[in-house]
Design a protein. Structure first.
Length: 760
């Protein structure tokens, strides 16, 4: 489960809020303040630190605007929704983080050591403390942290106001960029730290290559150029004539190119820029605090449409209020990002997105409270599917330094995450691992946090598994059809009118569209279960029952709405294709499952020389043992092909299949087809003599050096529930084999024997 609703027994000392709401009709209304002593707070981020299914709250406290004031305790507020009830919060900072103070201005979260538990990094300004890394103790002590800065590579103090985690080198772990020269006129450089995979960081300043800039306020790691790696956008309070902001483009391996001059914003008041697709064209736009003067506004990314990366500033939204923070979320649940602005004024600001980078001021939807908001974020604190607002205060109006949250009384989020980009290799080595990435858009985006979890299921086929279903005006035949995971089902429209095939089992959503008479549609089933399918016209119904098992991919959130999936070899290098589906679930429980996708797998033999065609001499090159055309059904007239024969009697207890002519180092798979058909069908890029529903027979490891491979059927057909075809019926068998020692000529990776018929 993504968000378990299990109850834990725990001692609770917290403020239980009244649920009485103001009489006003605003959509966002204050419920209560956060517990604890009111301090100057300047950063907030939410995460489920104890994995109990509710969101807890990190707060960065510490006084000082342009120089250090009082250092304050790093704050962690635990949500007691599961243990006690809604709007119950407890300040457990010292108990969970230990007693540690700094002038903290920001906090970032992410799983730095890959153990599945969220960790946290506090950015400390004015050189008051090294970046403060807290590592979650995980299952041993959920939501309690070990301070680990020095042992994990952070030993230098910075004047840092912001940081963000992201997988910058696409290796499956989270790196980090920290700002420097926070809110001061003197210049500095941001810092790139690379993770070694175990949560230990090393700075690589040369790879970032960032120039000197003053007043570095914000770090955003986002895919700004649509190449599925994370770039660096940094908002700075600078009035430099050119390149006041940071825009550093990633080459995919955490080496960056400076493109800062593409952003033409130098108001001197840019405390933050949030990055998201504001106009629905799939590239990421910028929304600045103080785009022009004190006016908020957007800068359009021209990548999609114009075709080159660049930004066009839009008109400011008016106003002269000194604001501080941006968060993007779809408050009206219409499928686009609206904009929340944390303000020093008499209320927060809310701008409804009308599309096309047009915005309407809807600030009246937020209960008006005069306080000095320095940061804001969005989180569903009571698990009702509605994203609430959180604000933290400081700097001025000290009487209102009370961090608050505003309950969302509007509509719940019912929109599924949307996959806006998906990248997979055209083929991959059979030994793996295979890496796939996807970018997902959902209803919240604030400093890289979107509350979407991801997973992937996959199968590796050692031979294609194909099943045909006829679709007629009367229905599906056969139905139900029973297949194993990894099977490709092909529906043929044998009816009299065009038809479709579509999933009737949510959240799967495959749909063929209109299939003409005589046309086909194929879909590969990855996960075991029962799938209802439908066809129009006539509301025909059928089902596919998938047996067997699938595997879970290693999944990491790279940051910036990008997810990375790593599929390991589960078939000892014998796989010919990898088929997978990606799954995404947001905090409200909405689920998206992508259509299945298959990647051909090839055997890579380093150092093997290619041969000019087939060879009849086993010593001429590593391609000996190939059939006449490299693949295909061998026969007695093809001396280089492997042959299949049988010994014993046609009795399940004694019949043994023998494969000869295969390399002694080869690994073989014996297959049974359910019909005799020597016309052949597609098998990888060669020929398969067996057809119909294929059954993989159990095999034993061959005797070292043997040239024959006894099929291990214990007995031959007593496998996977298979039964003999029946007296007088004929089945056909074939052997598929691969050789890791390099007996094949690249790019060839496998061969098959002849088909061998056996009448029972």
């Amino acid at each position: 489960m993504l968000h378990p609703r299990t109850r834990r027994t725990a001692a609770v000392a917290s403020l239980v809020a009244s649920l009485a709401l103001p009489a006003a009709a605003q959509q966002f209304q204050t419920v209560t303040n956060f517990p604890g002593t009111a301090r100057w707070s300047e950063g907030v981020e939410c995460a489920d630190v104890d994995r109990d299914g509710d969101l807890d709250v990190f707060v960065a406290d510490g006084e000082g605007f342009a120089s250090a004031g009082l250092a304050r305790q790093h704050v962690l507020v635990i949500n007691k929704l599961v243990e006690v009830g809604a709007w119950t919060l407890a300040d457990e900072s010292v108990a969970r983080l230990g007693a540690r103070t700094s002038v903290a201005k920001g906090v970032a979260t992410g799983d730095v050591n890959g153990d599945g538990w969220v960790d946290a990094l506090y950015s400390s300004a004015f050189n008051t403390l090294v970046p403060a890394l807290y590592v979650n103790q995980g299952a041993a002590n959920p939501g309690f942290f070990t301070y680990g800065s020095a042992t994990r590579g952070f030993t230098t103090t910075y004047n840092s106001g912001s940081a963000q985690f992201g997988d910058l080198d696409n290796d499956g772990d989270l790196d980090v960029i920290l700002g420097d020269a926070y809110n001061v006129a003197s210049t500095g450089r941001p810092h790139l730290y690379i993770n070694n995979g175990a949560g230990v960081f090393t700075e690589n300043a040369a790879a970032l290559g960032a120039g000197l800039k003053a007043s570095q306020m914000d770090v955003q790691l986002v895919d700004i150029d649509n190449d599925l790696d994370l770039d660096f956008v940094g908002a700075n309070k600078s009035t430099a004539a050119s390149g006041a902001q940071y825009l550093m483009l990633n080459n995919g391996a955490a080496t960056f190119t400076d493109a800062s001059t593409l952003i033409a914003v130098n108001s001197g008041n840019a405390y933050e820029a949030e990055v998201g697709d504001l106009d629905g064209d799939t590239d990421l736009d910028l929304f600045f605090v103080s785009l022009l003067g004190f006016q908020e506004g957007a800068s359009r990314n021209n990548l999609v449409g114009v075709g080159t990366l660049g930004f066009t500033n839009q008109a400011g939204l008016g106003g002269t209020v000194d604001d501080n923070e941006i968060a993007l979320f779809d408050y009206d649940v219409d499928g686009d990002y609206d904009v929340l602005v944390g303000s020093l004024g008499t209320h927060e600001y809310l701008y409804r997105n009308n599309g096309g980078l047009s915005f309407t001021d809807q600030s009246a939807q937020i209960q008006s409270v005069s306080d000095s908001t320095l940061d804001c974020t969005v989180a569903d604190l009571n698990n009702d599917g509605k994203y609430d607002l959180i604000t933290v205060q400081g700097e001025s109006n000290a009487a209102q330094w009370a961090n608050k949250f505003y309950r969302n009384t509007g509509a719940a989020d019912t929109l599924k995450p949307v996959v806006v980009a998906h990248a997979s290799p055209g083929s991959a080595p059979a030994a793996g691992p295979v890496v796939v990435r996807a970018k997902v858009r959902d209803q919240v985006l604030d400093d890289g946090v979107n509350y979407v979890s991801a997973s992937a299921r996959y199968v590796i086929d050692v031979a294609p598994i194909l099943v045909n279903v006829s679709l007629t005006d009367a229905g599906f035949a056969p139905s139900p059809v029973v297949v194993q995971a990894g099977t490709t089902v092909t529906w043929t429209n044998n009816g009299s009118v065009p038809r479709n095939v579509q999933s009737a089992t949510a959240p799967w959503s495959f749909d063929s569209g209109s299939i003409p008479v005589g046309g086909t549609y194929s879909y590969t089933f990855v996960s075991p279960g029962t799938y209802q399918v439908a066809s129009q016209p006539g509301a025909l119904a059928g089902s596919v029952q998938v047996t067997g098992s699938d595997f879970a991919a290693k999944t990491t959130y790279s940051g910036g709405q990008i997810y990375r999936f790593e599929f390991t070899d589960m078939k000892a290098g014998l796989g010919v294709q990898l088929c997978y589906e990606l799954r995404f679930q947001d905090w409200a429980g909405n689920v998206t499952i992508t259509n299945s996708h298959c990647i051909p797998l090839v055997l890579s033999v380093p150092g093997t020389a290619a041969c000019p065609g087939d060879s009849s001499s086993p010593t001429a090159c590593p391609c000996a043992n190939l059939g006449a055309n490299g693949h295909g059904c061998a026969n007695s007239s093809n001396p280089n092909g492997a042959l299949l024969s049988a010994a014993g009697t046609v009795n399940p207890d004694t019949a043994v299949l023998l494969g000869s002519g295969m390399p002694a180092t080869a690994t073989a798979i014996f297959l049974k087809g359910d019909v005799l058909d020597a016309t052949g069908s597609v098998f990888g890029d060669g020929v398969l003599c067996t057809r119909g529903t294929l059954i993989r027979l159990r095999t034993k490891t061959n005797v070292a050096g043997a040239s024959q491979f006894p099929e291990v059927g214990d007995p031959l057909l007593s496998v996977r529930g298979a039964t003999p075809p029946g007296s007088g019926l004929t089945a056909i068998y074939q052997t598929y084999y691969r050789n890791a020692a390099g007996a094949f000529c690249p790019p060839e990776t496998f061969n098959v024997t002849n088909g061998f018929a056996m009448t029972w």
